[in-house]
Ligand binder design. Structure first.
Ligand code: PLP
Length: 409
């Protein structure tokens, strides 16, 4: 059966080059990177090479890179790390309403411990206004955490401006760059960030490994207690094969960055144009221009998103909704709610994401079957008939207005 994977924001396939680089560290070079013997030193030197590779990709120094168990851990470590190390009696954090749950739920956990948190709202574009971030800063603010690109919309946040605001107010600045590292050029100096989270499996590396960049001088308390690994910033025996994979993925990302971005944007645009021209009553969510190359989030009016994703999957297409399943019920995406979408609009929205191994044939295959599947799903949705009726009324009213304007007086 023909299949097309359009869910690169959820995870990416492992690059064959990454797999090859990792292999020896499963089978032969299995030493513990903390051991003094030959095996240990081979592992250690591989870990240090990976640290250099990651540092190079983000414009950092190797000593500023801490390996973690992925994006979620990096986000938790950054936020708990800075807040935990702050010595002031009152502590306050600024985040946005469209952060990933790895940040939002960490912020909520802080609130339960008495830390103040301000969630800055974003407009319908899905891009935060730096002035709103500046307004949210208080004398007791210790950290601003704003993601680089949103995982559902792909919208890119104005980090350089926010970095300037953080510096001006003497506040530390963290960014969750899980959806941009490996996809767009990153320079921690240019962005003005003090901490940056990244995750290997979003850019053709293995799952369960990531890194946190920490600018020297940033107060930081380790999340984990144990050995003195990672210069006391993350206890626990290093996941050597995973780290080697992350390093190689970072190196490859550096080599492929521009070509990948161009190709992936072309595919995404071809897909969007195809959907817009072949399926009625669809619209793109979030800012059209400030986006990472491979992401589109589309509302299919009158469609129930979960059912549509399942129907597409049965047709061989992998994509996703931003909905979260909690206690047996489906919660519409908090990101779409944050940009002002109604429950119905949010429930009808689907994210399609493209990457290095996506092809024009994938796009054409999906465009070949998607309109029919959408029509079938809509026919089964009671709200679709209502949506069609409302659209007809809207069009009639519009043409009446037009003819009134053009009638000679
Ligand atoms: N932050 C963002 C923006 C993400 O998209 C994700 C993963 O979907 C994460 C954090 C969590 O990363 P990980 O899956 O490596 O824990």
């Amino acid at each position: 059966m023909r299949r097309a994977y359009l869910d690169y924001n959820a995870t990416t396939p492992l690059a064959p080059e990454v797999f090859e680089a990792m292999k020896p560290y499963w089978l032969d070079d299995y030493g513990n990177a903390s051991s003094v013997h030959w095996y240990g030193q081979r592992a250690k030197s591989a870990v240090e090479q990976a640290r250099e590779q990651v540092a190079r990709l983000i414009g950092a120094q190797p000593a500023e890179v801490v390996f973690t168990g992925g994006g979620t851990e990096s986000d938790n470590a950054a936020i708990f790390g800075v807040v935990g190390a702050a010595t002031s009696a009152a502590k306050h954090v600024v985040a946005t309403t469209i952060e990933h749950h790895a940040v939002l739920f960490t912020a909520r956990a802080l609130e339960q411990r008495g830390v103040g948190v301000t969630y800055v709202r974003v407009g319908s574009s899905g891009v935060v206004d730096p002035f709103d971030v500046a307004r949210a800063v208080r004398p007791d603010t210790v950290l601003i955490s704003v993601m680089h690109a949103n995982n559902e919309l792909g919208t890119i946040q104005p980090l350089e401006e926010i970095g300037g605001i953080a510096r001006e107010h003497d506040v530390y600045f963290h960014t969750d760059a899980v959806q941009t590292v490996g996809k767009t050029p990153i320079d921690v100096e240019k962005l003005g960030v003090d901490l940056l989270s990244l995750s290997a499996h979003k850019f053709y590396g293995p799952k369960g490994v990531g890194a946190l960049y920490i600018r020297p001088g940033t107060p930081f308390r380790s999340l984990l207690y144990g050995g003195h690994h990672e210069r006391d910033r993350r206890a626990g025996t290093e996941n050597v094969p995973g780290i080697v994979g992350l390093g190689r993925a970072a190196e490859l990302a550096g080599e492929h960055l521009q070509a990948d971005a161009l190709r992936v944007a072309t595919l995404r645009d071809r897909f969007e144009e195809g959907v817009l021209s072949s399926v009625p009553l669809v619209s793109i969510n979030g800012d059209f221009h400030r986006r990472v190359p491979g992401t589109t989030n589309i509302s299919f009016r009158g469609i129930e998103g979960e059912g549509f994703v399942i129907a597409l999957d049965l047709g061989g297409v992998a994509c996703s909704t931003g909905a979260a399943c909690s206690s047996g019920s489906i919660e519409p995406s908090h990101v779409l709610a944050a940009i002002g979408k109604t429950n119905e609009q949010a429930r009808s929205s689907i994210r399609f994401s493209f990457g290095r191994y996506s092809t024009p044939e994938d796009v054409d295959f999906v465009l070949g079957i998607l309109p029919g599947i959408a029509a079938r799903c809509r026919a089964m949705t009671p709200s679709w008939k209502e949506a069609v009726r409302k659209e007809a009324v809207r069009k009639q009213a519009f043409s009446r207005q037009l003819s009134a304007v053009s009638e000679p007086v």
